[in-house]
Design a protein around this ligand. Structure first.
Ligand SMILES: NC(=O)c1ccc[n+]([C@@H]2O[C@H](COP(=O)([O-])OP(=O)(O)OC[C@H]3O[C@@H](n4cnc5c(N)ncnc54)[C@H](OP(=O)(O)O)[C@@H]3O)[C@@H](O)[C@H]2O)c1
Length: 355
C-alpha cells in the first residue's frame, strides 16, 4: 500500500439548511480514502481554510451569485494547500496552491475539475499561507477592487468602512490611507478600534457597540455621533460590510456624488425575518449618490495586479495584516460562528494541518 492510499480524508458536509445561526447538528462528519490521481489529476493536502461570512449564504436554498452547497456535499471553502500527488504538468508535488479546497483534509481533483476548483499556484516568498487567505487572497481582492473600482477614492476624500477590523475591512482602510484619504472605521469594541487606529493608521474608529441599548435594541447613537465627530466634511465613500442600521445611519451623512459599495450585510445573514433594507435611501437622490454591489469573482482576471501591488505594500511596511487562526478541522462548526458574534479579530483562518 502506498503512503497516499493509506491517508484518510476527514470531511465536513452540509447536513441541513440552517434557520438563523448554524448549529453543529447541521453538519455531518465523514471519512473517505484517497486514491492515486488519474492522468491530469492532482491531490492537494489542505493546510488552512478561509472561513467567510459568505458561507452562511451558500448554506441557503435559492438563487445567488453562486449555487448553494447541496445537502450532503462537502462544505465549500477556499483554502491554501500543498500538492502531494500530481499527474498534471502544471502542478508539481510540493507546489503551494490556493483554490476551492472544501472543508476537508485533502482535495482529490480529476483533470476535468481542475479549472472548476480554481487551483492556482501561489508564491510563499511574497506572503505567508495566512496572508494568501487574507490581504493577498479573496478578502483582500474584495477590498481592493471594491474600493478602487467601485469606490474610486480621491486624495483628501473621507472613506468610511464598517467591519473595519475584519478581513475585507483591514484592506479597505489601509488602501484608502495609501491613496491619501481620511479613513474612519466602524467596528465592535475598543480593542478592534484601537488596533485599526494605532496599528493600521486609520484616522478614527467608531465603536458601534458603544451605543446604549433598550431591550436588546441598539440606539445606533454611537455611529451617528461618531460620524458627526470624525467626518466633519461628510462621507464621500462608504464601504459597507454590515448593512442594516449602520448602513442607514451612514446614509444620513453622505456627500454629493458619494459612492457606497455594497460588499456585504453580515448583520442580516442569520435573520429569520426579512432583510432590513435601507430606510434612508432617498439620501442617494438628494446627493446624486451611487450605491453599487460588488462580487469579487468578477475581478479574477486582474487579481495578479492587486496581489503584486499589495505584496509590495506588505514588504515595505505600508500594509499590515492580521489573521485569527483557529486550529483543527473538527472545530469548524463552532469556529464559523465567531464571524457572526464578532469574536474573530482579523481574518478568520482554520488551520487544518501544519506545513
Ligand atoms: N461581495 C463580495 O464579493 C464579498 C467577498 C468577501 C466578503 N464579503 C462580505 O464582506 C463582509 C466582511 O467579510 P470578512 O470576510 O471581512 O469578515 P470579517 O469582517 O473578518 O468578520 C466578520 C465581522 O463582522 C462583524 N459583525 C458580525 N455581526 C455584525 C453585526 N450584526 N453588525 C455589525 N458587524 C457585525 C464582526 O466584527 P465586529 O466585532 O466589528 O462587529 C465580525 O468580526 C461580509 O459581509 C462578507 O459577506 C463580500
Amino acid at each position: 500500500m502506498s503512503t497516499l492510499t493509506s491517508l484518510v480524508n476527514h470531511q465536513i458536509r452540509l447536513a441541513a439548511r440552517p434557520v438563523g445561526l448554524p448549529t453543529r447538528e447541521g453538519w455531518s462528519f465523514t471519512e473517505e480514502s484517497i486514491t492515486e490521481p488519474q492522468d491530469g489529476g492532482v491531490v492537494v493536502k489542505t493546510l488552512s481554510l478561509s472561513l467567510d461570512p459568505a458561507m452562511r449564504g451558500w448554506m441557503n436554498e435559492g438563487k445567488s451569485y453562486i449555487p448553494p452547497v447541496g445537502i450532503g456535499e462537502v462544505m465549500r471553502a477556499g483554502g491554501v494547500g500543498r500538492i502531494i500527488a500530481s499527474k498534471n504538468t502544471n502542478f508539481a508535488v510540493g507546489d503551494y496552491v490556493s483554490g476551492g479546497l472544501g472543508v476537508q483534509e485533502y482535495l482529490q481533483v480529476p483533470v476535468d475539475q481542475i479549472k472548476r476548483s480554481g487551483l492556482v499556484k501561489i508564491d510563499l516568498s511574497i506572503g505567508s499561507v495566512n496572508q494568501w487567505l487574507n490581504v493577498l487572497g479573496m478578502p483582500g481582492m474584495t477590498g481592493y477592487f471594491g474600493l478602487m473600482d467601485v469606490g474610486q477614492p480621491k486624495e483628501g476624500e473621507t472613506v468610511v468602512v464598517s467591519g473595519a477590523a475584519g478581513a475585507v475591512g483591514q484592506t479597505v482602510g489601509q488602501m484608502a490611507k495609501i491613496k491619501g484619504c481620511r479613513v474612519v472605521g466602524i467596528a465592535g469594541g475598543k480593542a478592534k478600534c484601537d488596533w485599526v487606529v494605532n496599528e493600521l493608521g486609520f484616522d478614527a474608529c467608531i465603536d458601534y457597540k458603544a451605543s446604549p441599548t433598550t431591550a436588546g435594541v441598539s440606539s445606533g447613537s454611537a455611529v451617528k455621533e461618531g460620524l458627526k465627530e470624525h467626518c466633519p466634511k461628510g462621507v464621500d465613500v462608504y464601504f459597507d460590510n454590515v448593512g442594516g442600521e449602520i448602513l442607514d445611519t451612514v446614509l444620513t451623512r453622505i456627500n454629493m456624488k458619494a459612492r457606497i459599495i455594497i460588499c456585504g450585510a453580515i448583520s442580516q445573514y442569520n435573520n429569520t425575518t426579512a432583510v432590513q433594507g435601507p430606510k434612508n435611501y432617498l439620501s442617494l437622490l438628494v446627493n446624486r449618490a451611487r450605491m453599487e454591489g460588488i462580487v469579487v469573482f468578477d475581478y479574477a482576471s486582474r487579481y495578479h495586479l492587486a496581489v503584486a501591488e499589495m505584496a509590495g505594500y506588505l514588504k515595505d511596511g505600508r500594509m499590515k495584516s492580521k489573521e485569527d487562526v483557529v486550529v483543527g478541522l473538527k472545530t469548524f462548526p463552532e469556529t464559523l460562528i465567531n464571524l457572526f458574534n464578532g469574536s474573530n479579530f482579523g481574518k478568520l483562518v482554520l488551520q487544518v494541518a501544519e506545513d
